[in-house]
Design a protein around this ligand. Structure first.
Ligand code: ADP
Length: 315
């Protein structure tokens, strides 16, 4: 196990690392995207998977990128596993559950507006933290764990188990990175969502919230207010995304604004935040200063929103 790095007061003076292991924890779903002829193309996506996918492309080969989830034992789950493996993502910590399968979403196009229909209520991924020993094994030897508010939302009763394993990872010197990714319809009510998010934040070394979502849920008056709320929860490094607006970083009390180059023709904003997180983290973990790391995240996000789909191959 490596010693703790790039956190707390040491954020700015670390030289970074050219190798390590990051494990992303969450749900990958089947995606059905409409084609002009009325049929659908099957793909795979999901917030934590999208970030793992872009991390694999952005990090040096000596960094391993693993995904932790549960899937079924059916042929579609086989295809998902093959997709992850082909993308260079480690699948050792993906458990196969015989009595469940993967979740699915369908993209609906009405007058060029995209909306999403989900079938994920009983997905295998909801059980990813059911077995504490399996969780502990997956996190053993990890330098960084990445999770989102969607990971927490789907876990229902197992959130404390996951948080305990993150606490243990940090006690061993590992780092926890958290994107709150607030999705109110995945939670029983707003109070439960906000409480669970802020409880998880107490275990995060880096938080990557999006201001628009946070303002809606927490009433933050500004991106700075979002940053300060996570800082007050104990997060040493907060990076607040804000669509085309300036990105705010709050690192050990130091606030900075980073302008984002505007994208003139936004085609599809799916995975903007997920890909930003990957670009930012890859640069940060390998030792780049905050300004460059934010620019790396914004550059990937700009390419992603200029094309259709969550996973854009040219990286
Ligand atoms: P999320 O997808 O999580 O809601 P945001 O909408 O805040 O996140 O976008 C994430 C990142 O994507 C932003 O920080 C920015 O770098 C980039 N981005 C989003 N919209 C635009 C835009 N119109 N022009 C340029 N960059 C954008």
């Amino acid at each position: 196990m490596h010693s703790r790095f790039l956190t707390g007061s040491t954020i700015s003076d670390q030289s970074g690392r050219q190798s390590g292991r990051i494990i992303s924890i969450g749900e990958c779903m089947v995606e059905l995207a409409p084609r002009a002829d009325g049929t659908y193309t099957m793909g795979f996506a999901g917030d934590t998977l999208n970030t793992a996918w872009y991390l694999r492309r952005a990090l040096p080969a000596a960094w391993s990128v693993d995904y932790m989830t549960c899937i079924g034992t059916d042929a579609v789950s086989d295809r998902m596993l093959a997709f992850l493996g082909d993308a260079g993502i480690g699948t050792t910590h993906i458990a196969r559950l015989p009595d469940r399968t993967v979740g699915l979403y369908l993209i609906e196009l009405a007058h060029a507006e995209r909306s999403f229909l989900y079938w994920r209520g009983q997905s295998a991924a909801r059980l990813l933290a059911r077995d504490p020993a399996r969780l502990a094994q997956a996190l053993t030897g990890a330098d960084v764990a990445y999770l989102s508010g969607i990971t927490l939302a789907i876990l229902e009763d197992d959130r404390p188990t996951l948080l305990t394993s993150l606490t243990e990872l940090r006690a061993r010197g590992g780092m926890v990175v958290f994107d709150p990714n607030l999705r109110s319809r995945l939670w029983p009510n707003a109070t439960i969502m906000c409480d669970a998010i802020m409880q998880a934040a107490t275990q995060a070394d880096i938080a990557l919230p999006s201001h628009e979502d946070e303002a809606a849920a927490f009433g933050d008056a500004s991106p700075e207010a979002t940053a300060r709320r996570y800082q007050q929860a104990g997060v040493p490094l907060v990076v607040v995304k804000n669509g085309p607006g300036s990105i705010i970083t709050l690192a050990n009390g130091t606030l900075a604004h980073h302008d984002v180059a505007p994208v003139r023709t936004v085609v599809d904003t799916t995975a903007a935040g997920d890909s930003f997180n990957a670009g930012f983290l890859a640069a940060h973990l390998t030792g780049n200063p905050l300004t460059q790391s934010v620019a790396a995240g914004a550059a990937i996000a700009a390419r992603v929103i200029s094309s259709h789909g969550a996973l854009i191959a040219q990286h």
